[in-house]
Design a protein around this ligand. Structure first.
Ligand SMILES: [Zn+2]
Length: 284
């Protein structure tokens, strides 16, 4: 599933080619995505120019002359720019024809979506209740503490709830918790402000590095035929069950939380409990 860094990289890859281009035609081969592709698009979009592309969480927002296209890549979606005469294959559901290129939406599992709005896209029902952007200036330890403090659920599950904070999916939740030295099963309300600051910093660092890694593969991505995939990164814990922790050498453990595989180092991320004093319990 594309996560925030992948979507940010898609945005950065598409923007230089797309912004300023006028849409000549729209082809919808398969409208049955997570929500149906509006039939009106093929009449509405031709002649409109792409003024800007932005991102909110994992949604891409294309600003056109008379409204906004909102796109989510779901589990397996990709957006590619291909030459205009490129034949479509079975999962290429939507094409926007530009002057020389096609913007092609491909989605084998069809959990993605393309929506249209003429109102403020940030107020659209899909986006209105999303949590803060972890890479924005407004996100810090105090904000994170306020968001997670009411929750009795494990911190990893809360981090992955896009209504609390957007863009921290399974991989980056595990990686951020490792960097912050927080066990993924820690009860959210038990996290102090200080540990929330460490966690907010870790989330920001993890996502920023992933975006930087994505930037180096941008050219390949935009012109390639394959699915989005994940960037080649050296993870600390994700997918490393039984391998040595890169910091202390302890074997990485795997557990399942809220049906998602969760990875952690039991030594670097101790679960605060009866056998171990909570290191900063007086500073809540
Ligand atoms: Zn370790």
């Amino acid at each position: 599933m594309p996560e925030l860094p992948e979507v940010e990289t898609v945005l950065r890859g598409l923007a230089p080619t797309l912004v300023g281009q006028t849409i000549a035609a729209v082809t919808v081969r398969q409208p049955a995505l997570r929500i149906p592709v509006p039939a009106i698009l093929s009449q509405l979009l031709p002649g409109q120019t792409v003024a800007a592309i932005s991102r909110r969480g994992k949604y891409l927002i294309f600003q056109l002359d008379s409204g906004w296209l909102i796109c989510h890549l779901g589990m397996s979606g990709s957006l590619r720019i291909v030459p205009r005469d490129t034949p479509a294959t079975v999962h290429d559901h939507v094409d926007l024809a530009l002057q020389d290129h096609l913007l092609r939406y491909r989605d084998p599992r069809r959990f993605g979506l393309i929506a249209w709005t003429t109102q403020d896209p940030l107020a659209h029902p899909l986006l209105a209740s999303l949590g803060p952007e972890p890479l924005s200036d407004a996100f810090d330890g105090a904000v994170l503490h306020k968001l997670v403090n009411p929750c009795r659920s494990p911190i990893k599950t809360v981090l992955m709830d896009s209504h609390r904070v957007v863009g921290v999916g399974n991989i980056y939740a595990s990686e951020s918790l490792f960097r912050a030295g927080i066990h993924p099963a820690t009860v959210s309300r038990d996290l102090t402000r200080r540990r929330c600051k460490h966690l907010a910093d870790a989330i920001r660092a993890t996502l920023t590095e992933a975006i930087a890694a994505g930037g180096s593969s941008l050219r390949d991505f935009v012109h390639s035929d394959g699915n989005l995939g994940y960037f080649q990164q050296q993870y600390f814990v994700y997918g490393r069950t039984g391998e040595a922790c890169r910091v202390c050498g302890t074997p990485i453990q795997r557990s399942v939380m809220a049906q998602r595989a969760t990875y952690f180092c039991p030594a670097c991320q101790p679960l605060a409990g009866a056998d171990r004093p909570v290191e900063d319990s007086g500073k809540r």
